[in-house]
Write a protein that binds this ligand. Structure first.
Ligand code: FAD
Length: 380
């Protein structure tokens, strides 16, 4: 048993930390202020193999594994959760189904350009009336000659307003609940595909999130992932299982940043004649945060390691997401408390982590849905 990062992991961690500080941190304030993602990052990161670190080098990826991706996500989230989310969607949700189940032609046309940052992807599953109950989506894809004609609406889509393609979930056979779903690549510019609105969010403001509409949108049948109709739900589950592990590092990075800010503030803020870090009430909060962060990080890496070994981690990936996202809420609440009134002011950075981190018990499966998955996997 070895609980240490390898030498290679550490070199990668230093490189991505350095990149995040030099290339991403200076862009954060403007992106958050204007709610506009700095798109130049896609190419810049793609060129260095940082965009999709766990895909093979031959495809333009970093040649790493799930642990590598977690190391990257922890570092990026420490700098800015919104920007990290946009990049995470590119490295996971909207490319993994193509990587694992796509045709050679789909890999050439969509996957490789996405890995290189030449094309921006989005993943369209959620609909206005179908969130946690993803099998209740209404989007339909009806075969007509060499095409599928798609009709439906997708909401809350990360990168939706800026994407070059969306990996879209639609029913080819609505009589088969869940089983009759397929994934399609729909390219920007396809007649009938439009962004109906960009959504205004409480946090993660540097990602662009949108509502997408598909009206008699004709998509070539060769853009369907997989060789036959049906089976798309399993591809989605496969992708979400991986994504939920990534959430562990997303939560850990945010928690670590909140802890660091809290320590710094507690050393500087003087009340009753001494820095507030001298009060046991503050120190105990910090001790508890540090303990929880250690557990969050260790557990995330353990499950990432299991994933890399090819083990079935459906239960553990939900456990990672549930535990880290819920624990993060307490850490953020305590961080805000340590900051007092200044923390509630927009000029102090803790408010951004507090707003951004609130999302993590909701996206890619709410905490309640993680509990349902864990119960099912435990046979309860
Ligand atoms: C910023 C942001 C980015 C997103 N990005 C994407 C994206 O890129 N692509 C995409 O497809 N989706 C995306 N989503 C959608 C996200 O995955 C959904 O918001 C999430 O799955 C929850 O669905 P919902 O919001 O419809 O909530 P609902 O499903 O309506 O849930 C509301 C509440 O009811 C609870 N609930 C529902 N069912 C049960 C149950 N059976 N038992 C117990 N409790 C239950 C939920 O846990 C929750 O607390 C994004 C969302 C946000 C906010």
């Amino acid at each position: 048993m070895d609980f240490e990062l390898t030498e290679e992991n550490r070199i990668f961690q230093e490189a991505i930390r350095d990149f995040a500080q030099k290339e991403i941190a200076p862009l954060v304030d403007e992106a958050e202020e204007n709610n506009v993602f700095p798109q130049q990052l896609f190419k810049k990161m793609g060129e260095q193999g940082f965009l999709c670190p766990r895909y093979p080098i031959e495809l333009g990826g970093g040649g790493g594994d799930k642990i590598t991706e977690c190391i990257m996500m922890e570092e990026l989230n420490g700098v800015n959760a919104g920007i990290a989310a946009s990049l995470m969607a590119q490295g996971g949700l909207c490319t993994q189904p193509i990587y694992r189940f796509g045709s050679e032609e789909q890999k050439q046309r969509f996957l490789i350009p996405a890995i290189k940052g030449e094309k921006i992807g989005a993943f369209g599953l959620t609909e206005p009336d179908a969130g946690s109950d993803a099998a209740s989506i209404k989007t339909r894809a009806v075969r007509g000659g060499d095409d599928y004609v798609i009709n439906g609406t997708k909401i809350f889509i990360t990168n939706g307003p800026i994407c070059d393609f969306v990996l879209l979930a639609a029913y080819t056979d609505p009589t088969k609940r869940g089983e009759g779903i397929n994934l399609f690549v729909v390219e920007k510019g396809t007649p009938g595909f439009g962004v109906s609105r960009k959504l205004d969010k409480v946090g993660n403001r540097s990602i662009e999130t949108g509502e997408l509409v598909f009206e008699d949108c004709r998509v070539p049948a060769k853009n369907m992932i997989g060789e036959k109709e049906g089976g798309g739900f399993d591809m989605i589950t496969d992708t979400l299982t991986s994504g939920r592990i990534t959430y562990g590092s997303r939560c850990t990075g945010t928690a670590q940043a909140a802890y660091d800010l809290s320590v710094q503030y507690a050393k500087e803020r003087v009340q009753f004649g001494k820095p507030i870090i001298k009060f046991q009430a503050t120190r105990f909060k910090l001790a508890e945060m540090a303990t929880n962060i250690d557990v969050m990080r260790s557990y995330t890496y353990r499950v990432a390691w299991m994933y890399d070994q090819g083990k079935n981690v459906r239960k553990e990936s939900s456990m990672v997401k549930l535990f880290t996202a819920e624990t993060l809420q307490k850490i953020l609440s305590d961080s805000m408390q340590i900051h007092g009134g200044y923390g509630y002011m927009m000029e102090y950075p803790i408010q951004r982590y507090w707003r951004d981190g609130r999302l993590f018990t909701i996206t890619e499966g709410t905490s309640e849905i993680q509990r349902l998955v864990i119960c099912r996997e435990l046979g309860l």
